[in-house]
Design a protein around this ligand. Structure first.
Ligand code: ADP
Length: 134
């Protein structure tokens, strides 16, 4: 992590109360931010959560990058265990192919869902939502 030509921003529009295991949440955030850095050679990585209404029951977090993106074929399988693609940019990628499978599992255990949107060579945004506490 820590590419000199990458800008990292955090966006928290207001305060947020969720009752989750902080270790699980941290592991998901670390996985997503680590991947965003790993697959982005220049530009930015932004993460945070989206604004929500007073009557909302879920909060949506995101981690967005301007990296290599994910092809539709790869996208079909990235949440499976041991699926790891070398998208062969300037950086050498190495991974276990477990990060997203573990993240999906943890988020579902916390009552949420994970998904992504991506455009090849433009970037990727991972989203996940979690129930808000009353
Ligand atoms: P690993 O990073 O160890 O390969 P993951 O389960 O975290 O395993 O990710 C699986 C695959 O999903 C990666 O190998 C990569 O092809 C793709 N991927 C994940 N995050 C990104 C991202 N931000 N940009 C592009 N591809 C990604």
């Amino acid at each position: 992590m820590g590419q000199a030509n990458l800008k990292l921003t955090l966006s928290c529009p207001g305060s947020l109360i969720i009752k989750v295991d902080p270790q699980r949440l941290r592991q998901v955030l670390v996985n997503l931010i680590h991947n965003a850095y790993k697959f982005t050679d220049e530009g930015r990585v932004d993460f945070g959560f989206l604004p929500f209404d007073a009557d909302a029951t879920f909060v949506t977090f995101y981690c967005s990058d301007t990296g290599c993106g994910i092809s539709p074929e790869q996208g079909n399988r990235i949440f499976e265990r041991f699926i790891s693609y070398d998208t062969s940019g300037a950086k050498v990628h190495s991974g276990t192919g477990l990060g997203l499978a573990i993240s999906k599992n943890l988020i579902e255990l916390m009552g949420g869902k994970i998904w992504f949107e991506s455009q090849e060579k433009k970037g990727t945004t991972f989203f996940f939502n979690l129930p808000l506490s009353l």
